[in-house]
Write a protein that binds this ligand. Structure first.
Ligand SMILES: N[C@@H](CCC(=O)N[C@@H](CS)C(=O)NCC(=O)O)C(=O)O
Length: 225
């Protein structure tokens, strides 16, 4: 196993995108093995690399880690993006989980049957404006970052989520001035600014090719309900 971090996932956002974001924010270079064929996934299963027969899989520090949260927590802990004590860590988890709930709703959108997409988009917009953005707006009042006055993984998830929301609802953060200012500050962080440049390993919005690839690699028969 080489010393470099290696990500094994599809050529798309999905559950790996927050991991890409966090590594990028921590200034960690990584390689990617992109799953395009069922045989690649079957080989990983056969080699015993996928503890729960699921990706994401990340090779890091001699380990082959699965489970998105475990991977994110390891990276956050290692690169000082996980608070200074257990209390800060708890709050970072609270804010991170909220963002994961929100991003999960967006993640399944491309797998949602066409006739249900509009309703799902409406739910996302309502939840974002009525539940999630107000919470982050409040948390950022008088503070540069969500927890402890210092950048944490929760902040990295927040910029990822707000940018993702704006792709669908361009004006969505305009009535949340603290979140808007936060996004501006985060975009100016050199490692994040680099990740936002074209040609970085940040993935574009999911398209039909991505959906078809995921479904064929995982032998998924039906769209996610
Ligand atoms: N709790 C796991 C869930 C991972 C997961 O659902 N991965 C999907 C691809 S995004 C998968 O591998 N599905 C295949 C299966 O469940 O059989 C995590 O967060 O990493």
């Amino acid at each position: 196993m080489s010393g470099k971090v290696v990500l094994h996932y599809f050529d798309g956002r999905g559950k790996m995108e927050s991991i890409r974001w966090l590594l990028a924010a921590a200034g960690v270079e990584f390689d990617e093995v992109l799953l395009t064929k069922r045989e690649q996934y079957e080989k990983m299963l056969k080699d015993g690399d996928l503890v729960f027969q699921q990706v994401p899989l990340v090779e890091i520090d001699g380990m082959k880690l699965v489970q998105t949260k475990a991977i994110l927590n390891y990276i956050a802990g290692k690169y000082n993006l996980y608070g200074k004590d257990v209390s800060e860590r708890a709050m970072i988890d609270v804010y991170s989980e909220g963002l994961r709930d929100l991003m999960e709703m967006m993640m399944i959108l491309p797998f949602t049957p066409p006739e249900k997409k509009e309703a799902q988009l409406k739910t996302i917009q309502d939840r974002a404006t009525g539940r999630y953005l107000p919470a982050y707006e409040k948390a950022l009042a008088g503070s540069q970052f969500l927890v402890g006055g210092k950048m944490s993984c929760a902040d990295v998830h927040l910029i990822e989520a707000t940018l993702m929301l704006q792709e669908k609802f361009p004006a969505i953060i305009s009535s949340f001035p603290n979140v808007k200012a936060f996004q501006g500050r985060m975009k100016a962080v050199p490692a994040i600014s680099k990740f936002l440049q074209p040609g970085s390993k940040r993935k574009p919005q999911p398209d039909d090719v991505y959906v078809k690839t995921v479904m064929s690699v995982l032998n998924m028969q039906l769209p996610v309900q």
